[in-house]
Write a protein that binds this ligand. Structure first.
Ligand code: IDP
Ligand code: MG
Length: 158
């Protein structure tokens, strides 16, 4: 599996409810690396670009309204297979259905206020990282404990 960087957004409900730290802690404890972070209030044009695949769906207007309503925390998170790992840690889309043990399952009950966005493919991750981060804002940095997070004895992280 490849080293991947994924785009995570802690949505307005996560920020307003004071859950940023609890959610970031899960990713850090898992062994994923935070490579970019910024707080922002998403402009309407960016929300529309980010969710362009959902344009025309019944929930679309509410979704872009929600995402632009209050600040979010945007994260770039890296690890081997990070895209699928983050998606499984997030849980199913609807808070009412997400399994216990997942972020959406443990911290929310709403189907539209579901706390977190995560890229769902390498193509989406590349596009979304480009939308939310400028050049130089996603850092390549060496973690002091990398050799205990991964088995590096074979050269590649295992
Ligand atoms: P995902 O975030 O799990 O990838 P998507 O189907 O891509 O889910 O939907 C994007 C976002 O749109 C969801 O995270 C949620 O905030 C919102 N959403 C999706 N389906 C519904 C719905 O049926 N009602 C209300 N909001 C929805
Ligand atoms: Mg999606």
């Amino acid at each position: 599996m490849a080293m991947e960087t994924t785009l995570i957004i802690l949505k307005p409900d996560a920020v307003q409810r004071g859950l940023m730290g609890a959610i970031i802690s899960r990713f850090e404890a898992k062994g994923l690396q935070i490579c970019g972070a910024k707080m922002m209030q998403i402009p309407m044009s960016l929300a529309e670009q980010h969710y362009s695949d959902h344009k025309g769906k019944p929930f679309y207007d509410g979704l872009v309204g929600f995402m632009t309503s209050s600040p979010v925390l945007v994260l770039a998170i890296r690890g081997v297979g990070a895209i699928a790992i983050c998606r499984s840690m997030m849980g199913a889309t609807f808070g009412s259905k997400a399994d216990a043990g997942t972020i959406r399952g443990d911290f929310g009950v709403s189907n539209s206020f579901n706390l977190i966005h995560g890229s769902d493919s390498p193509e989406a991750a590349e596009k979304e990282l480009g939308l939310f981060f400028n050049d130089g804002e996603v850092l390549d940095w060496s973690r002091a404990n990398e050799c205990w997070v991964y088995d590096l004895s074979g050269g590649d992280p295992e």
